[in-house]
Structure formats: structure tokens, C-alpha cells
Ligand binder design. Structure first.
Ligand SMILES: [Zn+2]
Length: 498
């Protein structure tokens, strides 16, 4: 553009000259002709792998729709976005007429698990197409026990050799000794933390995930200190012996679920945390669920407000995981035996669902009632956090042991619940396509359909800004440079059906 502009200035000077006017006029004409020809020939000189025409593009960051656009794509990169009227300029190996359809970036599920032991590696791999078929082109895997396989899938999906989403993974979780989740790395002191982080960096994880089943207050904060020194992102659960502000002040990047942010909204956070610490090595330690009623009764909206402001200043990320809370909260009274998604879940993964069904049956009616009240209060915090500028991301927590939270559809459920909590549809979509990339610090390549950005996208039958349920009607998915039509997606699903 700059050189073109300079040519025009030079031509203008030519015209002003009194001498050699005829010669210059001739020269001007030939130059103008060359410029015009160059203008037409530039895009057509290139051949794109795919051109999508007549498409309505949803610009998620602004919540606006731009109609009748054209997307020129080569592999995994959007090369140009133009008016469909200019279609003649764009030559491609393949054309898709997307008349009446809505294009937006592929969805990100920011909290999934691949787990269940070596015998379930194949069953976990068979979950990958479920994400794609539901428009999820990126997942953030938050800790499991099959890291070598996940690393292989991460590479293979990125290369387009395996049909599945892009994968960011934490590898194994860090926890204390005797952790509840298999595959976790135990840490108790600074030397062990250093060794654990060495091993995570050696296998090339994308972030650190801390779990809270056995970890001590000091080891937890030491992980954050050392990880931040190494430039690693840290998120996770949090032991109730730690206060959220302590972790955020050390540079922790995010918190999974709403328990920990909820705890920090109590006016008695200090004294309740003290009681939890004192009970830690006694016969009756106060666990997370034991402390919730006291936290609920001392919830302080003014404290919540100032906390959210602080978290926003820290660029803190929260993954509310509303869908799994709701699903598990209603597990006792819901009949899941006819769920259509069960046909795509390996029976051995389905067996792992029974653990949470059994614990729900043990819960008293009072406990169930309290959980409903607690969930409602937590959910009401989401739009407040969003408005304060906290980075809210959509995550389903799907995976073995997380009963009836199916890969793919559960993320749609999460987005709908985020909207039901008070976010606008545009904000709900932002949690699923913009904010995850922000957490992973790759926002320059994702989040919108613009030239130079990644071509992972979905085509929807109707406008999700008008009705968020439109995210269920997925017509086409493009992931890792490959286009999947409705027929292709159905074939992928048929391939993993039992
Ligand atoms: Zn999880």
C-alpha cells in the first residue's frame, strides 16, 4: 500500500511538469495500466486451499455480524477477508458457498481431562472426534494420568494427522503425597517443587495445574513462586489453608471452579482459614465442603466487589465450570440412561461415572438443598466478575469420573449456563473463543476471523448472538487446516459409536 501511494505522488509531479508533457502522459498511462493490472492480478496469482463465500461473519470481540463476506484460507491460516462481490479475484482448490450461514472461530473448552489409567488410553483417544463434531477446535487439558499419549495426540492433531482439537496440556497435576488423582506428582518442599517443574518442562507442558487433595499451604505457594520465575503459567484448585489473594499476589494466573473465589468473598475469610489450618492435622480436619456453610453465611458483596477488581488488575482467569456443578447437583433426580451421548462413550469410561452417582446418593437432603443455594449464589457472581474485567473462560471439566459431562456437548451446556447467569450471548461466546487464547497468550492468532489468524472455525445454521442455542447447529468445522462437512462430522461420530 505504501509503495502504491508513493507511485501516485510521483505521477502527480509528472503531470505538473510543463515540459515533455506528451511523453510523460504516455508514461503515466502505462504506469496506471500496470498498477491496475497489478491490483487485479495480485490475489489471483495466489491459489488458496479454500474460499468460503456469502458468509455472515460473527466478530465475537465486538458482538457484531458482517454480512456477505468471503474468507480466503490456505491451510491453517486465514489469508484474506473480503466482500463476496470480489469472489472472482480468489482462486481456490475448494469453494464453499455459506449462504445464510454464520462463521465464527472454533470453540475452546478450557477444562477437560484425559484419564483413567493405561487401559483407557484408547477410550480417551476415541473422545477426540466428539470435540470436533461439536465445534470445539481447542481444548486445555487440566491434568491426567496418560501424559505421553496426550503429548502424541497434541502433535498429531496439530499436524492434521489425527482428527481432534488442538491440545494445550498441563501434563500431570502437582499435589501433596498420597494425592487422590492417579498420576499426580507429589511435592512437599522447595527442592521437590523444583524437581517437579524440571520434569514438567522437560516433557514440554503448556502450563502447571495444581490440585488440592493433599498439598500443604507452603508447598502450594512455593509452586507458584518457582513456576512464575520460570515463566510458566499456573492454575488449579486451591487448598482452603491458602487465601486466593496470597496466590494471586504471587502471580498465579487462574483458578478452576468457583469454590476458591467464593471463599475469598467471605467477610470472615481470615478466621475461617485459621480454623481450617488448626484442624489440618487433627482427627477431624475441616475440608472444603465442611467450610462452605460458614463461608455462605458470611458472604460479603462489598468484599466480592473489591476482590473482583483486584483479580482483574492481576489479569486473573476464572473457569466457573457451571455445567458440571449443575449436572452433579441434579444427579440424584436425573435419569441419564437414555442420554444419546452415551453411545459415544466407552462403557469402561461410563463405569467411572458411578463413583459420583454413589456419593450423590449418600448426600443428605439438607446437603442437596444447601448445594442448590450455594450454586445459585456462585453463579450470580459470574456476570459481576465479567463486568469487573476478570478473564472468564468456558470449561466443561469433561472426562472419565466426571459423570455425564460429555466431551463436546458439555461445553455447549457451559456456554448456555454462562449466558443464563447474565452474560450477553456475545460475552458468552467470548469466554469460549477469545478468553482462552488470552490465558494461553496466543490471542494474536485466535479469537476472530481476520487475515493472518488461525483458520479454525465453525459455520452455524443461525445467529448465536440472537439465540445462544444456535451453537448446537454446527454445519461445518474447520480445524488444523482441514474442513469437515456435516457428512464428515457424522462419519467421525459413526467411527467412535459403540
Ligand atoms: Zn477438572
Amino acid at each position: 500500500m505504501k509503495s502504491c501511494y508513493l507511485v501516485k505522488i510521483r505521477l502527480f509531479n509528472f503531470i505538473r511538469s510543463k515540459y515533455l508533457r506528451r511523453m510523460k502522459r504516455l508514461f503515466l498511462l502505462s504506469l496506471a495500466l500496470v498498477t491496475v493490472l497489478a491490483g487485479f492480478s495480485q490475489p489471483s496469482a495466489k491459489r488458496f486451499t479454500l474460499v468460503i463465500t456469502n458468509v455472515n461473519i460473527i466478530d465475537v470481540p465486538t458482538g457484531k455480524v458482517v454480512q456477505n463476506r468471503l474468507l480466503a484460507i490456505s491451510g491453517d491460516t486465514i489469508k484474506a477477508v473480503d466482500d463476496t462481490k470480489m469472489a472472482a479475484k480468489y482462486k481456490a482448490d475448494r469453494y464453499v458457498d455459506a449462504r445464510g450461514k454464520y462463521a465464527m472461530p472454533g470453540l475452546w473448552d478450557m477444562h477437560v481431562h484425559f484419564r483413567g489409567g493405561d487401559s483407557l488410553i484408547g477410550a480417551n483417544k476415541a473422545l477426540l472426534p466428539l470435540f470436533l463434531a461439536n465445534g470445539i477446535t481447542t481444548v486445555r487439558e487440566c491434568g491426567g494420568d496418560m501424559t505421553p499419549s496426550v503429548m502424541t495426540w497434541r502433535k498429531a492433531t496439530a499436524l492434521g494427522e489425527l482428527a481432534g482439537p488442538r491440545i494445550f496440556t498441563s501434563g500431570p497435576k502437582l499435589d501433596g503425597p498420597g494425592a487422590v488423582w492417579a498420576g499426580s506428582i507429589p511435592v512437599t518442599n522447595p527442592a521437590e517443587v523444583s524437581k517437579a517443574l524440571d520434569s514438567l518442562q522437560k516433557i514440554g507442558v503448556d502450563f502447571v495445574k495444581i490440585y488440592d487433595s493433599k498439598i500443604s499451604h507452603d508447598a502450594y505457594l512455593e509452586i507458584i513462586r518457582q513456576a512464575k520465575k520460570r515463566g510458566m503459567k499456573v492454575t488449579g484448585h486451591m487448598p482452603f489453608t491458602v487465601e486466593l489473594k496470597e496466590a494471586a499476589a504471587l502471580g498465579m494466573d487462574g483458578s478452576e471452579h468457583l469454590y476458591y473465589v467464593f471463599k475469598a468473598c467471605s467477610s470472615k475469610e481470615d478466621s475461617i482459614t485459621d480454623l481450617i489450618r488448626q484442624s489440618e492435622n487433627t482427627a477431624h480436619p475441616i475440608g472444603l465442603f465442611g467450610a462452605l456453610p460458614a463461608l455462605f453465611n458470611t458472604f460479603d458483596s462489598a468484599k466480592a466487589k473489591s476482590l473482583f477488581k483486584y483479580l482483574a488488575e492481576k489479569n486473573f482467569t476464572i473457569t466457573p465450570t457451571l455445567f458440571i456443578s449443575k449436572t452433579l447437583g441434579e444427579i440424584k433426580q436425573t435419569d441419564h440412561t437414555t442420554d444419546s451421548m452415551l453411545a459415544y462413550i466407552d462403557p469402561r469410561i461410563q463405569e467411572t461415572y458411578q463413583g459420583r452417582v454413589r456419593s450423590a446418593r449418600r448426600q443428605s437432603d439438607d446437603g442437596t438443598q444447601f448445594k442448590l443455594k450455594y450454586d445459585a449464589l456462585c453463579t450470580s457472581l459470574v456476570p459481576q466478575m465479567y463486568a469487573a474485567g476478570v478473564n472468564i473462560v468456558a470449561g466443561s471439566d469433561c472426562g472419565a469420573s466426571n459423570s455425564f459431562v460429555y466431551p463436546g456437548t458439555s461445553l455447549h451446556g457451559e456456554i448456555k449456563l454462562l449466558v443464563a447467569s447474565g452474560l450477553t450471548p456475545a460475552q458468552g461466546l467470548k469466554t469460549a473463543v477469545v478468553n482462552g487464547a488470552k490465558f494461553m497468550k496466543v490471542e494474536n492468532f485466535y479469537g476472530s476471523l481476520q487475515a493472518g489468524k488461525c483458520s479454525d472455525l465453525i459455520l452455524l445454521d443461525s445467529n448465536p448472538l440472537e439465540n445462544i442455542n444456535a451453537i448446537d447447529q454446527i454445519n461445518v468445522v474447520m480445524a488444523n487446516g482441514k474442513l469437515y462437512t456435516k457428512e464428515d462430522l457424522n462419519a467421525l461420530l459413526a467411527g467412535v459409536r459403540h
